[in-house]
Design a protein around this ligand. Structure first.
Ligand code: A2R
Length: 318
């Protein structure tokens, strides 16, 4: 039985990945979280780990000896990165280097997947869409810059130390349980609160013109698993749907699923200092290597995310 370790598993993707690896792939899963976090999933052995503590990573790796290591731990919010750049740099760059360096010290070579972001491409030119992995990266925000840096260092480690390190650039992923600091969850939560009469029928929005590439989180974890099994060391793979959609269209789809009469208002706090107009993935590389394609439609993921917020707001569990 293969052993998988997920570093930073208490977040949105981690829970889905634990489920997928244990139930669909029959792997023995170890999952790490920060001491203050909770993982309710019984399908994994749970450990506390702060990636800023390299020695703790080394001890845990020696204890578990995983075949596969999924590195998800990050300060993953673009908005928070603007407000707290140093924390973001510490966790996303220094923390990731700690992980790579701890793996380097092992007496065997596990396969490691570093999760980056489609945001790394940044200011994409019109003729560069959909964007391929070899395109120049021009990060447009602090979060993106830290992930681009992780990618570059990952490439250096893979080559310099002959490590089985693969990099992913994940485009926007969405689905039930995502925190409402991300746009789709935020809109769904607002609509669900309006339906429960908890707020006036007004939805507050940021930049609706930005176009992003959305994939359901369950498709994303399937892609990560295929890539950790089949990816080539030092290579980067885009994981996205291959289609960008304007945030305005997402908003309209969510509103159309509600019977409430909702008006839309701008909230200046939801605007970013700089926003990249379009981010759309070219997914040829992952498709050709693994045969992966997204299976869950945007309609399904939006409906399920809205239903998740409706149920949990009604029950008072969020
Ligand atoms: O920031 P928190 O308290 O939500 O904790 C996050 C955790 N994390 C850490 N883990 C270990 N050591 C640290 N120093 C540290 N700082 C933060 O990593 C959170 O529980 C987890 C990342 O999960 P999410 O923020 O929910 O990200 P998600 O959506 O699961 O994305 C996974 C990966 C990330 O690397 C994203 O940047 C990328 O995919 O898109």
């Amino acid at each position: 039985m293969k052993k998988a370790m997920i570093i930073g598993a208490a977040g949105f993707v981690g829970n889905y990945l634990i489920q997928y690896l244990s139930e669909e792939c029959g792997m023995e899963v170890s999952a790490t979280k920060l001491p203050h976090e909770k993982i309710e999933n019984r399908n994994a052995h749970i450990y506390d780990l702060d990636i800023l503590d390299k020695e703790a990573i080394v001890s845990l790796l020696f204890e578990i000896r995983p075949d596969y290591i999924f590195h998800l731990a990050a300060q993953s919010s673009v908005g928070i990165a603007w407000k707290n750049p140093c924390l973001t740099i510490d966790v996303n760059i220094k923390g990731s280097v700690n992980v790579m360096d701890a793996v380097r010290e092992l007496f065997y070579r596990p396969r490691v997947l570093l999760i980056g972001s489609g945001e790394e491409y940044g200011h994409i030119k019109e003729n560069e869409t959909p964007i391929g992995e070899d395109n120049r990266v021009r990060p447009g925000n602090i979060y993106a810059a830290t992930k681009a840096c992780q990618n570059m260092i990952g490439n250096i480690y893979a080559q310099a130390y002959d490590m089985q390190l693969m990099m992913v650039r994940a485009f926007n992923h969405i689905g039930p349980t995502q925190a409402p600091i991300f746009v789709v969850a935020d809109f769904c939560r607002q609509v669900a609160e309006i339906e429960q009469g908890m707020r006036e029928p007004v939805i507050y929005v940021g930049n609706l013109e930005a176009k992003r590439d959305f994939t359901d989180v369950r498709d994303v974890v399937r892609a990560y698993t295929l890539l950790i099994e089949k990816g080539a060391a030092g290579e980067t793979y885009n994981v996205g749907s291959g289609h960008a959609i304007a945030i305005r269209d997402i908003l309209n789809r969510i509103i159309s699923l509600s019977e409430s009469d909702i008006t839309v208002k701008r909230d200046e706090n939801k605007f970013r200092p700089v926003d990249v107009p379009i981010i759309e993935a070219d997914i040829t590389k992952v498709r050709e290597l693994t045969g992966w394609e997204p299976r869950i439609t945007l309609e399904q993921t939006i409906q399920e995310t809205l239903d998740y917020w409706r149920e949990n707001i009604k029950r008072g569990t969020v």
